[in-house]
Design a protein around this ligand. Sequence first.
Ligand code: EPZ
Length: 430
Amino acid sequence: MEQYIIKGGRPLRGEVSISGAKNAALPLLAAAIMTDETVMIDNLPDVRDIGVLLQAIESIGVMVERVNPNCVKIQAKNIQTTRVDYEHIRKIRGSYYLVGALLGRFHKAEVVLPGGCNIGSRPIDQHIKGFKALGAEVFIAHGMIITEAEQLAGSHIYMDVVTVGATINVMLAAALAQGRTIIENAAKEPHIVDVANMLNSMGANIKGAGTDVIRINGVPKLHGTEYAVIPDQIEAGTFMFAAAATKGDVLVRNVIPKHLESIAAKLLEIGCTVEEYDDAMRVVGCEYQKNTHVKTLPYPGFPTDMQPQIAVALALSNGTSIVTESLFENRFKYVDELSRMGAKITVEGNTAIIDGVSGFTGAEMTAPDLRAGAALVIAALAAEGFSLIDDIVYIQRGYERFEEKLKGLGAMIELVSTEKDVTKFKLKVS
Ligand code: EPZ
């Protein structure tokens, strides 16, 4: 089993280049199978979840050519089945985008119910409501979502909650429905705009993505395209908070600064220096960071996917901070792990009350999910001494070459799989 061994206490310094956004790339890959022409997707993050989705689409007859680790050509001319039960697909959330894509193109889909990180109850009622509004029948049976429509017809859909997944999924299916679909109370995340942009480059007619009303005029057919995934806002934010927590100085390159506003605002509040460039952000940590309060919200609010990372920085700041999680109820599982390093955090319902401490000490920890796992790495980098982190497979699902990028910033971190590797690392850095 792979683990990270980390020797902390050294500020991160230097430059890091951000990869394409995993949560944009997953629906873009699904969109790519909505045409029989070739689609080339560049700036694809080379992470596990993407690999799983690519294998899943190959399993139904899609031709996937890896041009290089970050670029793929997809040709979905000879899809043999609309049933996707590839064994690993259950583990990733983004698998549900294949429902919207297959329903749009073939008017039917059978896809294993999605899994993903265990961060709370993750209903799909809004996806189902959207598909039904477009005229599809939808059933859940034997662990699959089964949906079929004689024909898909545009509709006026009001989302009861702001949901990224359902907004994108309905947009995918509606792109090839007859007539006009209006999605009200739509999510506004950058990846929604990215999916709409790629679909439009394939001949779709989607307007308003990035606002809370999306208008889709269905088209009969989509064609091939070449498209590059937007930079990963959450990967960028993770490195920005790593700079803050280790009191370092990091230039995060290949980003869209507009997508990072809520993250930069919190860094400024705790006393960091943040400099914005055209496609980069520099974060300089400060010796005495201040407390602040934060509540996670849909975009443009502070992202839930950044909640564990900011909590680490706040746990090392002066004073008491309050973190409120308003999207997923099970996203504080990292708190017990951080306590082992000396953090003082109490969780009450969806709120964490954090009393800042002057430092952490290294410990053995287990990554409970993707973002929490990344947050534990940040904590370990800021801590005195050695830390060992288990279950890093979660981190590998969404961060490309995480340890390599951190090493480029001077971090003492190694991917290890045996006791011998751990000893070797300790000797090397001591
Ligand atoms: C996406 O999950 C991301 N996953 C998550 O990233 C991210 O945390 C989340 O959006 C919020 O930004 C992918 O893109 C693969 P939602 P998703 O639908 O689509 C409720 C990461 O670390 N809801 O926006 O599942 C839901 O319970 C992951 O990369 C319903 O009630 O999130 C939640 O409270 C973790 N009914 C809220 O909406 C539904 O039908 C937002 O969920 C759908 C959602």
